[in-house]
Design a protein around this ligand. Structure first.
Ligand code: ATP
Length: 887
């Protein structure tokens, strides 16, 4: 006795029975009311979210920091020695620090969550009889999903209709062979493992070939993936820069702790108050250890990534924000990225006669060519039947194909009518390695196959010229020559052919029958370059980045477009083709990649060799791609870039950056943004490290110079709180330096501290120490009792003067203008006001152990602090003196 079918065993059920059970009309899909009802019952089509940190947890995390524990220890020590105000102030500082840390972490989390949301997958679905693209999360059981090669399967589907559909199920089953799908109902056999359920497509797997249509039978956690989902680690990994900085921070912390220990011991030996010297040492450790560095870097990267969305670049992997600045070569597809992908047919050439859309058709061969163009075509009608079928936006699909449909219409050949009269019964879908496709249609008692594709892929398969009166001989060479001439004008040329069959060929022999074809003619399409691409190519070149075009198109078309865009400066520029690549070994290719800017008729699979050859030559490569076969090259490239509009889910998964507008200019904008963010991280490091070194020098040198302890613990903690938090973060909004795209790419292995950063940290830190100690010595000498308040003020204002100076590495502040970074200006002004409050608000004096300063004293402090700014500007002048200028 057979086991009854369990719910969920849809592979054992007939499609019609399933459709009935799901109450859906397979030709129309669900209606909107039904969709909202089902959304209510079944919930969103999402896997339960991985671990996200709640705000409370985030806040609690802030207190787990080692430094905070040290500070809490300090608060206890203060309390024990009777300094209750100190205890309270230290506690307040701990809380404020935690709040700042919390806000930073929360903003970073939110920015990352927003990015993840944007990167979410989409699905093509049939609802209300209309094909629409919706976020995959809104699918409900009963929906009808359309699949094509490159799609990630958005839910568990029972397949209704397929054309050569193959699915990579490795994400679910671990088996890395692709599974050929079918639609027939299966019988129960043994256990029917997931891999054997060939009439199903499962969520999370990807269609690698062909097309299909399926009925959603399970969504969200009820899918097979949901059942096994221990969600992939959704946490972002640390970036290499963060790891390097964290490792560096640890070493630095040890050094600072050693300094503090020496400070403590020498203080004791000199007979200072042990509690005070212990607190001073602890405060110094807290202030000088850059524990916030990795966190601030995350914020700078995450905020940067969010800003990049504004320029249409969606960052999928945070580290690429920092590595974008190192790109030396951008390998870009042509169609849609460098060109507009708004194709239209210029002419049809058959039997030596030209037809231009708009003119009457010269011969029945032209009519038959247009029939082929319309029938061997996957463009889908979009919108209602009343829409004008000739309007460009009435069709959706590949722009090459919509251009063909519109050309056919212009010649009076209507796709909709043809599809109805000669429905497709079989097909061999397009793929960019074969560069052609074939569809089979009923014709009289037999069948006709229409094939279209790249002329070199088609003509060797054509034996004769078709005419209504019977075949004629064909001069293949002459036709190829004509195609070449058209291509050299920047046109994309397709050949159209047909073959009659008495019987429908076997599904496995479809490719074999793409032979002995009868040529119909050539059709030439124009795809104008994007207007902004030319300027972007120029920007690339000035930024020391080599633009390279890699295309599936004809070498002559590719060279003509590359020349128009400025990628090559001669119409004779060398072009390597896929065939050339095949005949070259790796060493030969490496010898060529340095000078070749255009690759044509390249299979996606060959892109990986180009990337590897460039990398072997020391290049840091960004590479674009949109198809399934592009994924390995995207993974191999240093920065893989997928297309957001036209690309496949597989390519997006493999990429680190997604172009929301598929535009080459966006890559260049993203590189610029990446350079800006890296600069700003460097500026933050330069700022905090210099000021920390200034603090250490001030405190440690004072006893050596015979001066009393210049600052109290509370001063040190306050400095740490007000100078690191806001002003540091405001550096994130610093605009790009004017020369940012005129300097060469940064070597990927270059240290963060390259370019004189160490010298700056030590030199300017030493100056800050000298200024503080100088003011201290002067004040003590001249009998100013409030010398401690003066040192405290110089230290804070000196840091503000410093941060204003380092806003640019090359330009003086007066050329940048104060208003170009308002958040930073605001933070500096706020810090100044707070500092004045600690001095001049009487209630705060006992807390901060300060005394009001006279006009002279304040003047001395301001003068000393501004020396910091002057020194930074002089350093810039020295560093950028004409004899050293590179750009
Ligand atoms: P790029 O790699 O820059 O995006 P491409 O779009 O030309 O360029 P493919 O899509 O791989 O690259 O196309 C390769 C060739 O296949 C085209 O030059 C064209 O001759 C042919 N071709 C493109 N689309 C179709 C189609 N829908 N049907 C038949 N042939 C096509």
């Amino acid at each position: 006795m057979s086991t009854p079918i369990q719910p969920g065993e849809c592979y054992l059920q007939d499609i019609d029975a399933l459709a009935q059970a799901q109450a859906v009309d397979l030709a129309q899909g669900l209606g909107s009311e039904e969709v909202s009802r089902r959304t209510h019952t079944h919930g969103p089509n999402e896997l339960a979210a991985g671990k996200t940190r709640s705000p409370w947890q985030l806040l609690l995390d802030q207190f787990k920091d080692f430094m905070v524990l040290v500070l809490l220890g300090a608060a206890v020590i203060s309390g024990l020695v009777g300094e209750l105000t100190d205890t309270l102030v230290i506690l307040l500082i701990v809380v404020l620090n935690a709040v700042i840390g919390f806000v930073q972490a929360w903003r970073a989390d939110k920015a990352l969550a927003a990015l993840r949301q944007l990167a979410a997958a989409h699905a093509t679905v049939l609802r209300n009889g209309q094909v629409q693209v919706v976020p995959a999360s809104v699918l409900v059981p009963g929906d009808i999903v359309l699949l094509e090669a490159g799609n990630q399967i958005p839910a568990d589907l029972r397949l209704i209709e397929i054309a050569q559909l193959q699915v990579d199920e490795s994400a679910l089953t671990g088996e890395s062979v692709t599974v050929a799908k079918q639609t027939a109902t299966l019988q129960r056999e043994g256990t029917n493992a997931l891999g054997d359920r060939t009439n199903m497509a499962f969520k999370g797997t990807t269609a690698t070939h062909g097309r299909g249509r399926g009925l959603v039978v399970a969504t969200g956690m009820r899918t097979e993936l949901g059942k096994v989902a221990t969600l992939l680690d959704s946490g972002e990994r640390s970036t290499p820069l963060q790891l390097r900085l964290a490792a560096f921070g640890k070493k630095l912390a040890l050094a600072v702790l050693a300094i503090c220990a020496i400070l403590f011991i020498t203080g004791l030996l000199r007979g200072e108050n042990p509690a005070l010297i212990a607190l001073t040492a602890i405060s110094l450790a807290v202030a000088a250890i850059p524990e916030a560095l990795p966190a601030v870097v995350t914020i700078l990267l995450a905020l940067g990534a969010r800003r990049m969305v504004g320029v249409n670049a969606l960052v999928r992997r945070l580290p690429s924000v920092e590595t974008l600045g190192s790109v030396t070569t951008i390998c870009s597809d042509k169609t849609g990225t460098l060109t507009q992908n708004r194709m239209h047919a210029e002419l049809v050439l058959a039997l030596g006669q030209r037809w231009v859309p708009g003119d009457p058709l010269p011969s029945p061969v032209h009519t038959e060519a247009l029939r082929a163009a319309a029938l061997c075509n996957d463009a889908a009608r979009h919108g209602s039947d009343q829409d004008s079928a000739t309007a460009g936006n009435a069709w959706q699909g590949d722009p090459t194909e919509t251009a063909l449909v519109l050309a056919a219409h212009a010649g009076g050949v209507e796709k909709a009518a043809l599809d109805a009269a000669s429905p497709r019964v079989q097909e061999q879908p397009f793929d960019s390695e074969r560069k052609r496709m074939t569809t089979f249609h009923k014709e009289g008692d037999g069948f006709v196959a229409y094939t279209k594709g790249a002329p070199e892929s088609m003509l060797p398969r054509c034996t004769r010229q078709w005419t209504p009166d019977g075949p004629q001989p064909l001069d293949t060479e002459a036709v190829l020559q004509t195609a070449q001439t058209l291509a050299a004008q920047g046109l994309r040329v397709l050949a159209l052919a047909r073959r009659s069959h008495t019987l429908l060929p076997d599904t496995n022999a479809l490719e074999a029958v793409e032979n002995e074809l009868e040529l119909l003619g050539l059709i030439a399409l124009i795809d104008p370059p994007r207007t902004e691409a030319q300027a972007a190519v120029r920007d690339c070149i000035t930024a020391g980045i080599i633009p390279v075009m890699i295309t599936g198109d004809h070498p002559a078309t590719a060279r003509a477009i590359a020349h128009r865009l400025g990628i090559v400066d001669s119409t004779e520029a060398p072009v390597l083709t896929g065939a050339d690549l095949t005949s070259m070994n790796d060493a030969a290719l490496q010898a060529q990649v340095g000078r070749v800017r255009v690759y044509a008729r390249v299979d996606p699979a060959q892109k990986i060799r180009i990337v590897e050859a460039l990398q072997a030559q020391g290049h840091f490569v960004a590479m674009t791609g949109d198809g399934v076969n592009d994924a390995p090259a995207l993974k191999r490239a240093d920065i893989g870039i997928a297309m957001g509009k036209g690309g496949t889910d597989v390519a997006r998964e493999a990429s680190s950056l997604v172009l929301l507008d598929d535009n080459f200019a966006t890559i260049v904008a993203a590189v610029k943004e990446g350079r800006r963010i890296y600069d700003n991280i460097r500026k933050f490091v330069r700022y905090t490290m210099t000021d920390n070194s200034g603090e250490i020098i001030t405190i440690c040198m004072a006893p050596l110079l015979g001066l009393p302890m210049p600052l109290l613990p509370i001063h040190i903690l306050w400095v740490n709180l007000v100078t690191d938090g806001l002003p540091g973060l405001a550096l994130a909004t610093e605009p790009a330096e004017r020369n940012i795209m005129r300097r060469p790419p940064r070597p990927p292995t270059e240290s963060m501290f390259a370019g004189g950063m160490w010298q700056h940290i030590l030199g300017i830190g030493l100056l800050l120490g000298a200024l503080c100690l100088g003011v201290q010595a002067w004040a003590i000498d001249t009998g100013h009792d409030n010398w401690q308040t003066m040192v405290f003020t110089v230290l804070i204002l000196g840091q503000m003067a410093h941060i204003m100076g380092i806003r640019s590495e090359t330009e003086p502040l007066w050329r940048l203008g104060l208003r170009t970074n308002l958040p930073l200006l605001g933070a500096v002004v706020l810090t100044f006001v707070l500092q004045m409050a600690t001095i001049y608000v009487p209630a705060l004096n006992p807390i901060f152990k300060t005394q009001p300063l006279s006009a002279l004293e304040l003047g001395v402090c301001l003068a000393a602090a501004s020396m910091m700014y002057v020194a930074v500007e002089l350093e810039k002048l020295w560093r950028n003196r004409p004899s050293r200028r590179v750009v």
